[in-house]
Structure formats: C-alpha cells, structure tokens
Design a protein around this ligand. Structure first.
Ligand code: COI
Length: 351
C-alpha cells in the first residue's frame, strides 16, 4: 500500500510542556487517514493533524456509527519506540466494526499506517517515565445519507497524543445500581462512541458525589459487577484474582485485562473469570479477605481502587501497602515496556 505523506511546515513540538501532560489535550503533528468507498480502502495519507470535513448527514453524527481504539507507544531504555500488542487493538476494532455493521480494516493498513505515522512523529513519544504516546485509531460513517442503514463510506483515522496516566492516584468508585452501561445482546463489547456517551450522565452524578468513576452492574439484577468506567475491574479475595467474565459480551475485552490475567496465570496465581456479586465484595470486606481491587485499561494502566461505595456505604480498600499484586503487575509492565525484563510472550515490538 502506498501512503501519500504531507508534512507540517512547522512542528508544534517545541511548544509542548512534556512535564505537565494532561490526558487527551495535546496532539502530535500528523495523522493517518484512509477512506472506504465502493467496497475498498483507498487514499492512504499521512498529513498535518487538522480538522476534516464530514457530511452533516453522516450516520456517525446522527446514529453513532463510530468506533475507536486506544493503545500506546513507549520509549524503551535503548531509546527505541515500541508498541505493546498492537494487533490486539486491530482485532478488537474489527470486532467492534462487525457489531456496528461497519467496514473491516485489514491489519496491514492498520499497522502500516500506524508505523509510518510513528516514524514521522517519533519525537512525540515522551521520554519521561510514566508518560507515553497515546494512540487513538478510530473509524466513522462518512456517507451522505439520513436513512437508518449501515453507511457505505467510512474514514479510518489514527491520531496520537503524548500523555501521562489517566488517573493521577488511587481511584474512588461507586457501584451503580440504577443506570446501566450494557445489556445482554447489546453493544457492550464494542468500543463504539455511544457506550461512552451513555455513561456520561451517571458518571457525572457520581463525580458530583466525589467519586472518580462508576462500577457498572448487570442490567437485569444489578447484583453483579461488570466494569469500571474506562477500565476493566479486578479484585483479589483470599489470594485469588477474580474478574468479571466477558462471555456475555457486556464487558469490554480489554487488552490490559487479558495481559494481566495471562501474567497472573504464568506466575502460578489463582485466577477466576466469572460473575462477581456485589455482595461478595461487601462480604469479603467485612470478613477481611478483600485484599485489593483495581482497574486495568490502556489509558488507566493499572489503577488501584481505594474506596468502593455500595448502596451509599463506603468501603475502604487496601491499596498502599507493599507487595500487592496490582503493584507487582504494574511494575512488570513498566519494566517490560522499558525493555528491562525478558519479553517472554513477544508482546513488545519496535514501531
Ligand atoms: C483506553 O483505555 O484506551 C480507553 O479507551 C479509555 C478511554 C475512553 C479514555
């Protein structure tokens, strides 16, 4: 595939304060764009990051036919730019695309567009420990048509944004029992825009009460936890790492989730992917077996949860003492990205 490259006349790099990066506020100089029309992807371009035009009748604007991904590029100790399991994101984007009746993107286009973009914007990958270049691939309907049907035209775009972690410290969450994120048979497994739009109101109510995020519960009974705001959720009870199963397709198939579970199993720890009752967390807290609770996600990385509110009662969760599994796995992932430990699973690759 051939990518037409148009570079910026003047880079914005010099104006970026890499010591004070806010998630999602700063964008690198270039972006990758591809167009889908008449059943094929074409017009591959890397061009200056800028606004683009979209038909006012696009189904993305009216009916939410839009999906996205999130991954990161890191700088390892040899100063190389490295990616972590990027094919996982391409696969998940295509799973989302299938559910939202959108075009599938061949891995070659995803990977080649990403690699060439990173090559041109390599200086945007932060050097500061804990920071990385957040990569946001996304696809949206681009046909001029107001009828409710799958669009025949799409744009696939990759933008990148230097960022530090999403949450600055431990996270306080509220178990949500009124509003839902996803119902069985719905689109919970897809990374489509509407899932996030629908979360804003309940999340705002929780934020107004002093919480950072919600923990969603199942739509039928509100008795089982599903995932937390922008991340999957895990708990350690009695030395067993437990996390909600994904088979009902209401929970996002997180890459960090999969990574953490794979590592835990390889380290000989007990792991259970199964439904988790809210009551189980409460009981474990009461009988002293709730060892930790944490969120895992690309943007959030491994985020310790310090407090869970259930039915307006707040439960403090251990999160500071040394030796917690979440700290160990977070440290391992940091070391892996820096190239300080052996990459036994072949997860890292040069950009
Ligand atoms: C990510 O972790 O990349 C996400 O997609 C979360 C994002 C909505 C901030």
């Amino acid at each position: 595939m051939e990518i037409k490259v148009t570079k910026v006349e003047q880079s914005k790099l010099g104006s970026v304060d890499f010591d004070n990066l806010q998630f999602g506020r700063t964008f690198s100089d270039h972006m990758f764009v591809a167009e889908f029309e008449n059943g094929e992807w074409k017009n591959f371009q890397i061009k200056p990051y800028s606004n683009f035009s979209i038909s006012p009748a696009s189904a993305a604007l009216h009916y939410g036919q839009t999906i996205f991904e999130g991954l990161k590029a890191y700088r390892n100790k040899a100063e190389e730019v490295v990616l972590f399991r990027p094919e996982y994101n391409c696969q998940r984007l295509n799973d989302s695309a299938a559910r939202m009746c959108m075009a599938s993107i061949p891995e070659e286009i995803f990977m080649e567009g990403l690699r060439q973009l990173l090559k041109i914007d390599q200086e945007w990958v932060p050097r500061k420990p804990g920071s990385s270049l957040y990569i946001r691939p996304f696809m949206f309907a681009d046909e001029e048509f107001l009828g409710v049907k799958p669009s025949s035209k799409y744009k696939f775009v990759i933008i990148t944004s230097p960022a530090s972690t999403y949450y600055a410290g431990a996270v306080k969450v509220k178990v949500e029992k009124k509003y839902v994120r996803a119902a069985e048979g719905g689109v919970g497994m897809a990374k489509n825009g509407g899932n996030y739009a629908a979360s804003l109101y309940p999340a705002k109510l929780a934020q107004d009460q002093g919480f950072h995020q919600l923990v969603w519960t199942d739509s039928k009974t509100h008795e089982y936890i599903e995932e937390a705001g922008t991340m999957n959720i895990m708990a350690v009870i009695n030395n067993v790492i437990i996390t909600p199963s994904i088979e009902k397709l209401t929970v996002l198939k997180g890459k960090t989730r999969d990574t953490v579970l794979t590592l835990a199993r390889a380290w000989g720890l007990s792991v259970e992917e199964r439904p988790i009752r809210v009551e189980e967390l409460k009981n474990a807290h009461e009988n002293g077996t709730l060892e930790e609770v944490f969120g895992v996600g690309t943007a959030a990385t491994v985020a310790p949860i310090s407090l869970i509110s259930i039915d307006d009662v707040s439960y403090d969760v251990p999160h500071l003492q040394e030796g917690l599994f979440s700290q160990k796995v977070a440290q391992y992932l940091t070391d892996l990205r820096l190239g300080l430990v052996e990459d036994e699973n072949n997860w890292m690759q040069k950009a």
